[in-house]
Write a protein of this length. Structure first.
Lengths: 139, 68
């Protein structure tokens, strides 16, 4: 893989514009705007430029903030709440894994496949079910 | 595991919320321990024992199934 740093100043400017455009697109498009804005912006950056990778990774910034928030919130939980969270995460992970394997098997008989966003949503849904189940169990 | 947490708490006129505050856990955790749905960890059991100025064995006692 060749890293193109030669066009640094130009790409740097493009990068700044893309960041501004990115936020603009994300604000404008209410539904799926986050990802739609991202794909539009990627077309503006030189295909061989290093900045392309930076732009592609932009949505991870709120993701990292979210992850840090989750870690911080989980560290504040007491031992039973942590146990409920662990059980629901295990429940969610296992069910999602079963679902994914089933889905890939069903793909052999031309059943439409789920997208990445749907899988994440399903995982969150299972986590929520696990959390409710845990709260009910230790009520 | 059986425990006398509810009795000890009642003797001191503490609410579950108050005990939870003193043990630095949630009210739900105190409720689960009192109802025998959740067995506390050793540090939490020590904390409860220290709070009630008793030994762990005086507060918590194993049920028949725990010793098998």
């Amino acid at each position: 893989m060749a890293w193109d740093l030669c066009g640094f100043p130009q790409d740097g400017i493009v990068f700044c514009i893309t960041v501004i455009l990115y936020h603009h697109c994300a604000k404008k498009c209410r539904r799926g705007g986050f990802w739609a804005g991202e794909s539009n912006i990627c077309t503006l950056v030189n295909e061989t430029s290093l900045w392309r990778y930076v732009v592609v990774m932009l949505p991870m910034i709120p993701g990292i903030i979210l992850a840090l928030g989750v870690v911080r919130a989980s560290s504040r939980l007491d031992e039973m709440e942590r146990r409920i969270l662990l059980e629901s995460a295990t429940f969610s992970f296992t069910l999602t894994l079963i679902l994914l394997i089933s889905q890939s098997l069903l793909g052999l008989v031309d059943i439409p496949q789920l997208g990445d966003a749907s899988i994440a949503a399903i995982m969150c849904f299972f986590l929520l079910i696990g959390k409710f189940w845990g709260n009910w169990r230790y009520r | 595991m059986k425990n006398k947490l509810r009795v000890l708490r009642a003797e001191r006129n503490w609410s579950q919320a108050r005990l939870a505050e003193l043990l630095e856990v949630s009210r739900q955790t105190v409720n689960a321990i009192e109802n025998g749905k959740y067995d506390p960890s050793l540090p939490l059991a020590f904390k409860a024992a220290f709070l009630f100025e008793m030994s762990i064995e005086e507060i918590f006692e194993p049920s028949e199934g725990d010793l098998q």
